[in-house]
Design a protein. Structure first.
Lengths: 178, 600
């Protein structure tokens, strides 16, 4: 790509789409077909009558590639809006993780102590296991998992990032004659 | 959301889904549909049988149906329409759909599908059509509810023709076609789509920036592409007006040929890999470039890091994703080419600053010097017909005839020679597979053009290899008495492959010889057409004249020099100013690096 010697950056992109069959396949197919990275992707309906879904995709690339990703997303027919939260100003990024730790004796005590420090909640417990629930940004969850690994980390399930801009401005669709 | 009246739900439904489809097509202005029947679409064929508003053209292969619709669309500016069955019908159409996507051709393709309750069961002739065609279409639909049929058809036409045009697939399960369905009218044009709203009106601030740049240009160029043609004939007229107003030189892309008249003294010819010397050097040396509806394709730019190194670039395109995709530009303008040109003309006239007249005159003197190279010259001597000469004579004789002429091509050397030696004075007269480079495009595309323009002269300039990829359509031509002329430059090689093997692969002609060719004269006759042949230069004009005078499908087998290469040529990975002008300079290709060789 010409003149694209720029630095790689990460981008958190929010996409408001029609909640219809195949829309997620279009978005994912666009990324795989054009060779873009997907670091994480989340999707769920977000409005009252479940006609709109919000996709949050974390990707990376040079500035030119990220601009291309946004333009390509924006031209998909069922896409209402594309917003690059990384550029939109201060924003919150959160991820939810369920983390299963298996062990006994001191390991259990240590696991609970670390969970407390990370504000992870115990949502399931047996005599040889815990399931912790925690929210935070990806780094926090990575750090928690790294600490749990020697203690008995058995399984991790993560949602991928969801994100929203701070303050009163809101990402909504243009008024439509629905 | 829908325009259904409150009473509609209570009225008894009288139309089947298939009848609703046909009614919606008719309301969308469809006059002709290219298709091939099969089990899943029998209800639509039954409905076609019982009406007269829409004419169906039976092709011999679904790929040809799509190319025919492309030819129809490109020569008329209307949306082309295709009807194929499920499974193999749909998969055969895929190449045509992608071809239309790459070249921004508006199409609606109806595909049959197994009934909704069988979807996912690996039923007979089932294919995941929306899955397969998703990256080959602008948009696609699987209709799962009868009440959606009419709305989806209307929306598909809107999506296909608006913004950057493209192909749209509607996958129609058989039960949806058979069951009763409500008809709804198309929504009024004023009612915007929920999510799809392409920008057509340009931002005037960007127009003023562009005009300010152009007013200061000393070495300008207008590089115009298919976007001008897609905008409609008015945009081509405005391009001519703007060129005359500014005095700027104009070059066209392969897709843009005809957007600016070839006879105009400001025309530099086509640019790019096989473009003219003057067009490519103007691109290389310009200080201000106006890209009007083209997409900085790799065939045009050559080596990106050396592309127009001193130019300020203005890029006008209806598709925002085309801007800054390959080449970073200084002034992006999103909008319809016609509206942008109209706005530029207005701002140019209002702006009091005079253009750089002296610098422009010097630029034109430089251009005339480059033109003096006469880069398209060739020597026709002896009996053997030079392919360039064959196209040139075809052009001259058709021009003398004064008939409205449309040219389609297949893909390869003959395509480039057609682009170089056949001149186009108007838009929508030149149909070629530019983006996808689909061999087998030209014959079915010519069929679609001839359907739209029954009295015009429609010629497919072909190679002997490409033509065999959809030769079965000779049967369609003969069935509908379409007097398409197939002009084969027969050099018994896949010429462009042979040329690259000669220049880049040590002359090892791996699998590029067209062995066991049919006798094209007898082949034409076997399809109830007319076959002609020229083997010597002295026969060429007579064959061309006889071909033009024959009011039936014709194959003219023009046996040309077997080892002719297509020049000028920018070797892959090279810059515009590293062009090879002709034989004897092939040494220039020796410098092609491995980095260049990986490029296609």
């Amino acid at each position: 790509m010409a003149d694209d010697s720029g630095q790689f950056r990460s981008a958190t992109i929010a996409v408001l789409v029609e909640n219809e069959a195949g829309v997620l396949a279009r978005v994912i197919g666009l990324f795989s077909g054009r060779g873009y990275n997907i670091e994480s992707l989340t999707v769920a309906p977000v409005d009252e009558d479940r006609r709109l879904s919000r996709i949050t995709v974390v990707t990376s690339g040079t500035e030119m590639v990220i601009e291309q990703i946004k333009a390509q997303l924006d031209r998909l027919v069922p896409v209402h809006k594309v917003s690059d939260l990384s550029l939109a100003g201060p924003h919150l990024v959160r991820e939810l993780a369920l983390i299963k730790v298996v062990g006994s004796g001191d390991h259990r005590v240590e696991a609970l102590r670390l969970a407390d420090a990370f504000r992870a909640r115990v949502v399931d417990a047996t005599t040889e296991s815990f399931v912790f629930e925690m929210t935070g940004n990806a780094e926090k969850i990575d750090a928690f998992c790294a600490l749990m690994r020697p203690i008995g980390l058995a399984e991790v399930s993560r949602t991928g990032a969801v994100a929203i801009v701070r303050g009163s401005s809101a990402l909504t669709v243009q008024s439509h004659n629905g | 959301m829908s325009a259904t009246s409150p009473h509609a739900a209570t009225q008894p439904l009288t139309m089947s889904g298939a009848e609703v489809v046909l009614r919606a097509l008719k309301d969308q202005g469809v006059e002709v549909i290219f298709g091939y029947p099969g089990g899943a679409v029998l209800p639509i064929y039954d409905a076609i049988f019982q009406q007269n508003a829409i004419r169906h053209i039976l092709v011999r292969h679904e790929q040809a149906a799509v190319h025919a619709a492309e030819g129809y669309a490109r020569s008329t500016g209307k949306v082309g329409c295709v009807l194929v069955t499920s499974g193999p019908g749909a998969t055969n159409a895929v190449t045509g759909l992608l071809d239309a996507l790459m070249d921004s051709i508006p199409l609606v393709c109806l595909t049959g599908q197994v009934p909704t309750h069988l979807i996912g069961n690996d039923a007979f002739q089932e294919a995941d059509t929306t899955g397969i065609t998703r990256p080959a279409t602008k948009h696609n639909y699987l209709v799962k509810r009868s009440e959606d049929v009419a709305r989806v058809v209307h929306e598909a036409f809107h999506v296909a023709r608006s913004g950057r045009p493209g192909p749209v697939v509607i996958d129609l399960p058989k039960d949806i076609l058979i069951n009763k369905a409500p008809y709804v009218e198309a929504p009024p044009a004023t009612q915007p789509h929920r999510s799809y709203r392409p920008v057509t009106t340009p931002d005037m601030a960007q127009i003023r920036k562009a005009v300010a740049l152009m007013k200061q240009a000393e070495r300008p160029v207008i590089y115009a592409g298919g976007g001008v043609i897609n905008s409609g004939p008015e945009a081509s007229r405005l391009l001519g007006d703007f060129a005359r107003l500014t005095g700027f030189p104009v070059t066209n892309t392969l897709m843009g040929l005809g957007a600016f008249p070839s006879q105009d003294p400001q025309f530099l010819g086509m640019l790019g890999m096989h473009g003219t010397y003057e067009a490519n050097l103007v691109m290389h040396g310009c200080d201000v470039m106006l890209n009007m509806g083209a997409r900085f394709d790799d065939r045009v730019t050559g080596k990106l890091s050396h592309f127009a190194p001193t130019a300020k670039k203005i890029h006008a395109d209806i598709d925002p994703s085309s801007i800054n995709k390959n080449v970073k530009v200084d002034v992006p303008i999103v909008g319809d080419a016609g509206q942008i040109l109209a706005a530029m003309i207005q701002v140019w006239k209002e702006d009091s600053q005079p253009p750089m007249r002296e610098a422009l005159s010097a630029w034109w003197r430089q251009i005339d010097e480059w033109r003096g190279k006469n880069c398209l010259q060739y020597v026709q001597q002896g009996k053997i017909i030079k392919p360039q000469h064959a196209v040139k004579r075809l052009y001259e004789i058709t021009r003398e005839s004064g008939r409205e002429t449309f040219i389609t091509t297949e893909v390869g050397q003959h395509q480039m020679w057609a682009a170089q030696y056949f001149g186009f004075e108007k838009p929508n007269r030149w149909m070629t597979s530019g983006g996808l480079g689909t061999m087998g495009y030209g014959l079915p595309a010519a069929m679609g053009v001839q359907i739209a323009h029954p009295d015009a002269l429609v010629i497919d300039i072909a190679g002997e290899a490409s033509i065999l990829m959809n030769i079965q359509e000779m049967a369609t031509l003969c069935q509908y008495r379409l007097p398409v002329k197939v002009f084969i430059l027969n050099n018994e090689y896949m010429g462009m492959v042979r040329q690259w093997q000669e220049l880049l692969h040590g002359g090892r002609y791996s699998e590029s010889y067209s062995a066991a060719l049919p006798d094209f004269v007898k082949l034409a006759e076997s399809f109830h057409g007319v076959g002609l042949r020229a083997t010597e230069e002295s026969q060429l004009d007579d064959v061309i004249r006889e071909m033009l005078a024959t009011d039936r499908p014709v194959i003219a087998d023009i046996c040309v020099a077997k080892d002719e290469n297509c020049f000028p040529m920018i070797p892959s990975g090279a810059a515009h100013n590293e062009m090879i002008l002709g034989p004897g300079q092939e040494g220039g290709v020796a410098g092609v690096t491995d980095e260049g060789k990986v490029l296609v």
